[in-house]
Design a binder for this molecule. Structure first.
Ligand SMILES: *Cc1c(COP(=O)(O)O)cnc(C)c1O
Length: 459
């Protein structure tokens, strides 16, 4: 298959233009089979974004939205679906539980199949419920059962704070020593990301003491996509259970949770899955555990639906992850998730990934074309990409470090109509999302970056 570099060179020759020309981006957009999906989302205008400086940019244009790794855009059908439910509530009240296209009593159940496709699972292996951190806790309550010999949890250095705290408190809850039980794996000295071989060798070396391997699918800070299949295999070979937090992987990378034999996973849906802040989160448990792993905490929504409302206080637990449900579902959160999953259902993760590799590769190409990663020349800004260059080891996000002060670069980009994300201490995260970003967006970003870096050097 043609590499990104080869595609760019070929197209620039066909068009007889420079590889950095905007014409090349426009050509790639015209040949993008997923281009029309952008129309399904509400793209903010530059003039509406609070930090925009309208003396520097045309406010009537769409912003360059590279923040889908933080909060995905709103699908256009969201409002319609929410209004339908508000209308139903207003007109038929309690009857809404059983009536309409989304009967509240089982509103989310039609969505599990769509969600399962995105994570590579069977529908009965997936539940939509709660928030991500809550699901992480519920799953660890059942999957982390330390014994005197096997009590450690393997996690990555600089894990997302909520995951770190969740793991810390689970260890504490079980009366274990926190420092001894949190086995934290770091990149090698001088490297930014963690090598798979290093993860595997820690598991081989210390696996007998590891109860749980609990990593992210895509690391939120570096953008590294972990080799979940290899890590799961290594964990199982040493008798460990293996779970992944897929917050940054779902809707971004091609996941095969079932085939990879991952024991459990959880994710939120407001990043690449566009369900709105605090949207309904996901949880997965492999079917092999359906009858052996039980929820530690039970609620009436874990009861078999057919007999749930008999109210006889005899628990008929649904097998697998469905038994982990606690409360009736917030239908107003089901609406945006449905609107988004319907858009995903018009394509496939395979096609999204194909576009994503080219889109992010194009961004990487332009950054490398204009900037060195060597910060030795104080007059020339340098840009260092800490995300792996290998498309197999990343999703759509690139994490960038600059020789100029990060906060200034970020503010100057925001003034120019770019929405992206700055993370302390030193990283700008940019995520061209294949569902709604275009190659022209990437080109506009590079132009804005050039002028932001100029402005940041002028201080
Ligand atoms: C976004 C994210 C969270 C956020 O957790 P919530 O419970 O949804 O607030 C947690 N962990 C990771 C890895 C994340 O990327």
């Amino acid at each position: 298959m043609e590499s990104v570099q080869q595609t760019i060179t070929r197209v620039s020759q066909e068009l007889n233009c420079s590889p950095t020309s905007r014409r090349l981006a426009e050509h790639l957009d015209r040949h993008d089979e997923l281009q029309q999906l952008r129309q399904e989302f509400l793209m903010p205008k530059i003039s509406d974004l609070p930090p925009s400086d309208l003396s520097l940019v045309d406010g009537s244009e769409d912003c360059v939205y590279f923040a889908g790794n933080s909060l995905g855009l709103q699908p256009k059908n969201t409002k319609k679906y929410i209004e339908e439910e508000l209308e139903k509530w207003a007109t038929i009240g309690v009857h809404g539980h059983l009536k309409g296209s989304r009967p509240w009593a089982w509103a989310e159940e039609t969505l599990e199949e769509l969600m399962a496709k995105i994570v590579g699972a069977k529908p009965e292996e997936v539940a939509l419920m709660n928030g991500l951190t809550v699901n992480l806790h519920l799953l660890m309550l059942s999957f982390y059962k330390p014994t005197p010999k096997r009590y450690k949890i393997l996690l990555e250095d600089m894990a997302f704070p909520s995951d770190h705290y969740a793991i810390e408190s689970q260890i504490w809850l079980r009366g274990q020593d926190v420092t001894d039980s949190m086995l934290i794996i770091k990149p090698r000295q001088g490297e930014d990301t963690i090598r798979t071989e290093d993860i595997v060798s820690v598991i081989e070396r210390e696996g007998d003491a590891i109860a749980l391997v609990m990593l992210s699918g895509v690391q939120y800070y570096t953008g590294q996509l972990f080799d979940m299949e290899a890590i799961t295999r290594a964990g199982h070979a040493k008798g460990c259970l293996v779970g992944f937090d897929c917050a940054h992987a779902v809707g971004n990378a091609e996941l095969q949770l079932h085939d990879w034999n991952v024991d459990f996973a959880c994710w939120c849906s407001y990043k690449y899955v566009n369900s709105g802040a605090g949207g309904l989160a996901g949880a997965y448990i492999h079917e092999k555990h359906a009858h052996s792993v039980k929820p530690t905490l039970m609620g009436w929504w874990g009861h078999n639906l057919k007999t749930r409302f008999l109210m006889n206080n005899e628990m008929e637990l649904q097998p697998g992850v469905n038994g982990f449900r606690l409360s009736n579902q917030p239908v107003l959160l089901v609406c945006p998730l449905q609107a988004s999953l319907e858009i995903f259902n018009r394509t496939s993760m395979k096609d999204l990934r194909r576009k994503s590799v080219l889109l992010t590769g194009y961004l990487e190409y332009l950054i490398r074309h204009y900037y060195t990663k060597d910060p030795s020349d104080p007059d020339k800004p340098s840009v260092h990409i800490i995300t792996p260059s290998d498309p197999e080891q990343r999703g759509c996000q690139l994490s960038l470090c600059f020789s100029r002060p990060i906060r200034t670069v970020f503010q100057e980009l925001e003034k120019r109509g770019v929405a992206c994300d700055m993370r302390e201490p030193n990283v700008l995260r940019v995520a061209p999302v294949p569902l709604y970003n275009s190659f022209t967006d990437v080109h506009r970003f590079i132009t804005a970056l050039g002028s932001a870096l100029n402005a940041s050097g002028a201080e």
